[in-house]
Design a protein around this ligand. Structure first.
Ligand code: SF4
Ligand code: SF4
Length: 309
């Protein structure tokens, strides 16, 4: 991502170097905007013009968020056209795949956290193990499409440091090896942008991401998240059990849960108290828990393996 003239004509004429374009994408709550602010500040510390634009989804997880950051000697437009991003940072795997074609085909740098945040509407069936309408592409397949790619479990790195929410800063550290700014400038920007309580962890996350990227740059076999396939396979067939606690003293036998359970697995017993008649059919959807007017039902879901996708 060094600022080279794009054409021989520009070079000969000493024309202004083209702007550098970075896209940051993810879903609400992941810290997309913090990353784009850090990039904007880095551009300013280098004495460049900076333009930034963003689209916010829902504040909660699930809403798509993306940001365009452009910096250079002269920047006129705040948005990046398809095929013109020099780098794409994706804080969520499917969002990375969604925007991958915005990268420059030969030279674009793809940096993505391989963790998946599967939206509720991706579940096409309520039964356990039902296939989800979610991108199936693996890191290896995605990296074949880009000039240079890094697909890492940034969330795991951040979790190892004690704060999964610092995954965005891990990815910023990865990007930093593709840019000209000195490490001290990055650290100063993070120092200025992060609240005091999370400052130390963000600085560590940045360094961890940068160290990972330096190793991966020297050894392409490290650029893939080796645990991806196993996590996805597990997510598609989770080892989860569901149990219902029905408080007989609170149940007034109104029949609401029985009628509205999507799997029809509840019934009223002889005392007009709800009970789980067909436990094997219960998916743990919690509809009964939400609808019971007397708070008589509590759904307990036990995950037998802590892996998440
Ligand atoms: S959680 Fe409740 S509503 Fe959902 S399937 Fe089980 S019994 Fe039915
Ligand atoms: S909705 Fe609640 S009160 Fe009504 S039958 Fe079910 S458990 Fe009992």
């Amino acid at each position: 991502m060094s600022a080279e003239p794009q054409t021989a004509m520009e070079a000969a004429a000493g024309a202004v170097s083209p702007a550098r374009n970075v896209m940051v994408v993810g879903v609400g709550g992941q810290g997309v905007l913090m990353i784009s602010k850090a990039l904007a500040l880095i551009g300013q510390t280098q004495g460049l013009q900076v333009k930034q634009s963003e689209v916010h989804g829902m504040a909660k997880r699930g809403g798509v968020v993306f940001s365009h950051v452009r910096f250079g000697e002269e920047v006129w437009s705040p948005t990046i056209a398809k095929g013109e991003a020099d780098a794409l940072i994706a804080l969520e795997w499917a969002e990375g795949l969604r925007w991958i074609e915005h990268l420059r085909p030969e030279t674009g740098v793809f940096i993505a956290d391989t963790r998946r945040i599967v939206p509720p509407f991706a579940c096409r069936s309520r039964r356990h193990g039902a296939p989800m309408a979610y991108a199936r592409e693996t890191p290896a397949e995605a990296l074949e499409k880009v000039g240079e790619g890094y697909a890492l479990d940034a969330t795991a790195i951040a979790t190892g440091l004690g704060e999964p929410r610092a995954a965005n800063t891990v990815l910023l550290g990865v990007l930093s090896i593709s840019m000209d700014a000195p490490v001290a400038d990055w650290l100063a920007v993070l120092d200025a942008l992060t609240p005091q309580k999370s400052r130390a962890i963000n600085l560590e996350a940045f360094k961890a991401g940068r160290a990972w990227a330096e190793a991966a740059r020297d050894d392409p076999s490290l650029r893939f998240d080796a645990g991806f396939a196993e996590r996805v396979a597990y997510a598609d067939a989770p080892d989860v059990s569901v149990a219902l606690d029905i408080n007989a003293a609170w149940c007034k036998g109104c029949d609401i849960c029985v009628k509205l359970c999507p799997e029809r697995c509840l019934a009223l017993d002889a005392q007009q108290v709800a009970y789980l008649k067909e436990p094997q059919a219960c998916t743990g959807c919690r509809v009964c828990e939400w609808l019971c007017p007397d708070f008589a039902i509590a759904v307990r879901t036990t995950v037998h393996d802590a892996r998440t996708a």
